[in-house]
Ligand binder design. Structure first.
Ligand code: 4NP
Length: 173
């Protein structure tokens, strides 16, 4: 079933374009790109029309992923109708999204890191005011979460899972 996913951060030039590019890349590797609409947006308006931060582009290029063609945009009320899932990079983003969302759109808002529970990291830190290595760390977190997200959206348990397990008694004789 087709799913639409929007990744959201503050500026839409660091974390959310990384997440958009990463999820697109992972879905394409598995030949699943046609099952998804994938986009990203920012809560602020500072970087509308801007390409991703050079440091984000470089960190992604080191993984063989080109995000240079993406452009910043600001989230709109229509996004809550268009997208099935709206994934925030940190709690501040999530809380701002919950305030901005129409009542019936709030269920769509989650933290991206919810999809990598084993890491026990709940937020993707804003790398904008830090050094380059912050971007490599963002890529690591986003990579793990996007893999978990893809599994959660594509793997279905078998309908008759229990019937595949033979009761112990039937093995005996
Ligand atoms: P992002 O990082 O939310 O991951 O895109 C930021 C980019 C720009 C600004 C803040 C965060 N800014 O204040 O301009």
């Amino acid at each position: 079933m087709h799913k639409s996913i929007l990744f959201v951060c503050l500026g839409n030039i660091c974390r959310s374009p990384i997440a958009e590019g990463m999820f697109r890349h992972i879905a394409a590797q598995r030949n699943l790109l046609d099952q998804f609409t994938i986009d990203s947006a920012g809560l602020g308006s500072w970087h509308i029309g801007h390409p991703p931060d050079e440091r984000a582009q470089t960190a992604m290029r080191m993984r063989g992923i080109d995000i240079s063609g993406l452009r910043g945009r600001r989230i709109t009320p229509a996004d809550f109708e268009k997208f099935d899932l709206i994934l925030a990079m940190d709690r501040a983003n999530r809380d701002a999204l919950l305030k901005f969302a129409p009542k019936d759109g709030r269920d769509k808002v989650r933290l991206l890191m919810d999809y990598a529970p084993n890491l026990c990291v709940h937020e993707i830190p804003d790398p904008f005011f830090g050094k380059n290595n912050g971007f490599a760390y963002v890529c690591e977190l986003v990579d793990a979460a996007c893999r978990g997200l893809l599994v959660s959206l594509t793997v279905r348990p078998p309908l008759q899972a229990t019937s595949m397990v033979r009761p112990l008694a039937s093995l005996k004789g």
